[in-house]
Design a protein around this ligand. Structure first.
Ligand code: AMP
Ligand code: ZN
Length: 463
């Protein structure tokens, strides 16, 4: 047998993979250009306070963005839109007796970003608003019309899906059989055609266009803003409710406009946050606003809830789930406090009493640290699995908490690694008083001192 045949197969080096809603499998992530990532995130419709369902989506993407930037070393352009003209906004303005919808949208956009700031979510690279893009939206629709993808009907403009279907794959996000293509009795040619420009209704805000007064349809805004700022995208994201028809139609419009076969390479959809089995939403009125949530829980406790649930599966919100998240967060914060004190006290004891003493170790702690690092690396490569990463971190913490024989330099390496990882996840520690760690610390210190005394006594006996 040749030497080659004797060799064991080398296990595959883990590569970063994302669950991609386009292919419905985990695909290796390859940026279109070098280490630069162009990411467009659908932002909120600003007519009311944001709730923790929104927080679930934007914190999850904040974690992924940070892992891409600070762990994998990518340069991420994260662009987000604000939907500031829409039926719900008009309804709210009417309810509040406000003539100018911008009074509503400015207020809630400000509130939204304040909430995200309080949750330690990084501000997007670019924020775009529909009302700033009306001219470009008009030009985009005109281009679709001139290419034969759009038609005017009774003052509105629709996308003509028949032509698109002959050239491109459709649908992507739902099975073909799930789409109702029955005859339409409206002004559309086919039921699946969707509106690009809506004819103005009486007493509603409207803007000029070559087809008359009106306003943009919902899907067109994202195609125009994303294509204008980023062109073709590496990543596009939103909650799973946006996949069809919003994202499907965005792809259709952009691929027709840009003449490209694959406008977005990776579509990431967050799972929903449920409460008592139903999606948390404004319309069901079963929501808890971010502001109210922050009265009861810290930003770290809320973020931990989303770290211990993977971003692309639905999850249930409950007080019990929050209590568990609090426990995990407290365990980690206690650990940081304890390990730092252990390091500090090591120095104090060695400096003041036993300066010549060398504590040896058997390298077990370093082996455990290395195993943890590689487990976490594999988990992060696997669709940014933060749930498994936190579990691996908790096992490392359990190990270190049980052992009083870990050398100072090893404690430093462990502490540095844990803090760096938490920073990547957006769990940051201020100089606040760390609760509940004093008892544990004095216990550890007492064990440690006894051990040091024992060794010193032995050494003395040998003199
Ligand atoms: P909206 O303002 O309703 O368009 O929502 C803004 C973003 O938050 C979208 O990406 C939604 O999918 C997401 N979102 C809304 N409700 C929830 C929820 N209950 N769970 C997770 N994401 C949500
Ligand atoms: Zn969108």
């Amino acid at each position: 047998m040749s030497e080659k045949e004797w060799k064991q197969p080398i296990p595959d080096k883990p590569v970063l993979k994302f669950f991609n809603s386009i292919t419905k499998r985990k695909d290796e992530f390859i940026a279109k250009k070098d280490n630069k990532i162009k990411w467009y995130a659908c932002g909120p419709t600003v007519y009311d306070s944001a709730h923790i369902g929104h927080a679930r989506t934007y914190i999850s993407f904040d974690i992924i963005r940070s892992v891409l930037e600070n762990y994998f070393g990518y340069d991420v352009n994260y662009t987000m839109n604000i939907t500031d003209i829409d039926d719900k906004i008009i309804k709210k303005a009417n309810e509040e007796g406000v003539k100018d919808t911008r009074i509503i949208t400015k207020k809630y956009e400000h509130e939204f970003f304040e909430d995200l700031k309080a949750l330690n979510v990084k501000y997007p690279t670019f924020v775009t608003r529909v009302t700033d893009y009306l001219e470009k939206i008009n030009l985009f629709i005109e281009e679709l019309e001139s290419k034969g993808y759009a038609y005017e009907s009774n003052g509105s403009v629709y996308f003509d899906l028949q032509k698109y279907k002959t050239k491109f794959k459709y649908p992507i996000f739902v099975p073909a059989g799930a789409i109702d293509e029955s005859e339409t009795d409206t002004e559309k040619k086919n039921k699946t055609d969707f509106v690009l420009w809506k004819k103005a209704k009486e007493n509603e805000p409207s803007y000029p266009s070559k087809w008359g007064e009106g306003r943009p349809g919902w899907h067109i805004e994202c195609s125009v803003m994303a294509s204008d700022i980023l062109g073709e995208l590496d990543i596009h994201s939103g909650g799973i409710d946006l996949a069809f028809p919003h994202h499907e139609n965005e792809i259709i419009q952009s691929q027709s406009y840009l003449d490209c076969k694959q406008w977005v390479n990776y579509f990431l959809h967050t799972g929903h946050l449920h409460i008592q089995g139903c999606k948390m939403s404004k319309s069901l009125k079963n929501f808890i606003t971010i502001k109210d949530m922050l009265k009861d829980y810290t930003p770290r406790e809320i973020r931990m809830l989303f770290l211990i649930h993977n971003w692309n599966t639905d999850m249930e919100y409950s007080v019990d789930a929050m209590e568990y998240s609090k426990k995990v967060e407290q365990k980690i914060i206690n650990f940081i406090s304890t390990i730092e004190s252990r390091i500090k006290n090591y120095s104090d004891i060695l400096e003041h009493s036993f300066s010549r003493l060398v504590i040896t170790d058997n390298n077990e702690a370093m082996k455990v640290l290395e195993d943890t690092q590689s487990q976490i690396h594999v988990s992060l490569c696997n669709n940014i699995d933060t749930q498994k990463s936190i579990n691996a971190l908790l096992e490392l913490i359990n190990f270190v908490n049980k052992r009083s024989d870990i050398a100072k330099n090893e404690l430093i390496l462990i502490s540095e690694y844990v803090k760096k990882l938490l920073k990547v996840f957006g769990i940051v520690f201020s100089e606040e008083k760390l609760k509940g760690s004093d008892t544990k610390l004095s216990e550890l210190l007492c064990n440690f001192r006894n051990e040091v005394r024992l060794i010193a006594k032995k050494n003395k006996n040998l003199d």
